[in-house]
Design a protein around this ligand. Structure first.
Ligand code: 48F
Length: 259
């Protein structure tokens, strides 16, 4: 057993993938359920796809289930998606299906990686790259440990044909675009409107309409879509997250195919 061989194997394989991720079709900020579903579908459609996740582990809010009970609920449309992934569900009451949160998120994450998406954890998006017309053309990243320790270290950048903000309840990438560019988003007010209080049915319905190209080169999906467009949160029902991720990948494909 040679420790240095182990170290070389890890370093070389990481940097090979990291270099390949610097110029991609689709760059996704956030490896929560919506970002991972978007990554799975984008990669499956043959797009070169990378996901950057701030935390040590992917999954976002899904492993926590409802109030740390690691279970999630999906409706019929969500169940169909879980069926495709081979995630087991049980009908609790008519139209309400329960799944194990850890089985669900680990399966989606594994399938996204197997479909070809590259997921880098412990990396935070701290800015966007822009070009003519202020279109978003990439993400600016740094080790999460740098921001957590408040070190002054300059970031690196990846170029992408399309970027997806899947950062959850804050919608961090949209905030950056609005604050740094003074840009108007394709929302009712042109601003990040902020998430509204819990209303599961409306939240689940509106998340699909809210999943869109909100700014040139920038798609919003998952809870970020509702937070940016001023729609309600929905708690531990996850069908909308899954459908939103799938729609985001489709939108990304139409942008990538236009070149
Ligand atoms: O919050 P999160 O799970 O977002 P989602 O995919 O799903 C929402 C549900 O989990 C739940 C819900 C269900 O009804 O409302 O909350 O929309 O995942 C977002 C991920 O993005 C990461 C964050 O750590 C989390 O894992 N993230 C947030 N900001 C950044 C980031 C950033 N600037 N750079 C990298 N990752």
């Amino acid at each position: 057993m040679d420790e240095v061989t182990i170290s070389r194997a890890i370093t070389e394989s990481f940097f090979k993938e990291f270099m390949a991720a610097m110029e991609v079709d689709v760059a996704i900020a956030g490896a929560g359920p919506s970002g991972l579903i978007a990554a799975y579908h984008a990669a499956k459609e043959g797009m070169n796809t990378v996901v950057f996740e701030r935390e040590l582990r992917p999954g976002g809010g899904m492993p926590g289930g409802g109030m740390m009970f690691p279970r999630i609920v999906v409706q019929d449309e969500g169940r169909e998606i879980l069926d495709e992934f081979g995630v087991r569900t049980r009908e609790y009451e008519r139209g309400y299906y329960i799944a194990d949160a850890l089985e669900t998120i680990s399966t989606i994450c594994s399938q996204a990686i197997k479909a070809g998406a590259k997921i880098f954890n412990l990396i935070s998006i701290e800015d966007v790259m822009i070009r003519e017309g202020d279109a978003v053309t990439g993400l600016v990243l740094n080790w999460s440990a740098v921001s957590w320790s408040k070190l002054h270290v300059d970031p690196l950048t990846v170029r992408s044909k399309v970027t997806i903000d899947a950062t959850g309840h804050v919608g961090e990438i949209c905030h950056i675009v609005v604050h740094k560019l003074g840009a108007k988003l394709r929302t009712q007010t042109g601003e990040v409107m902020g998430e509204k209080p819990m209303w599961a049915e409306r939240g689940e319905k509106e998340i699909i309409e809210n999943t869109k190209e909100v700014y040139p080169g920038l798609i919003i999906c998952g809870m970020a879509a509702n937070a940016v467009c001023g729609s309600p949160r929905m708690g531990a029902i996850f069908g909308g997250m899954l459908l939103s991720g799938k729609k985001a990948a489709k939108l990304a494909q139409s942008i990538v195919s236009k070149g």
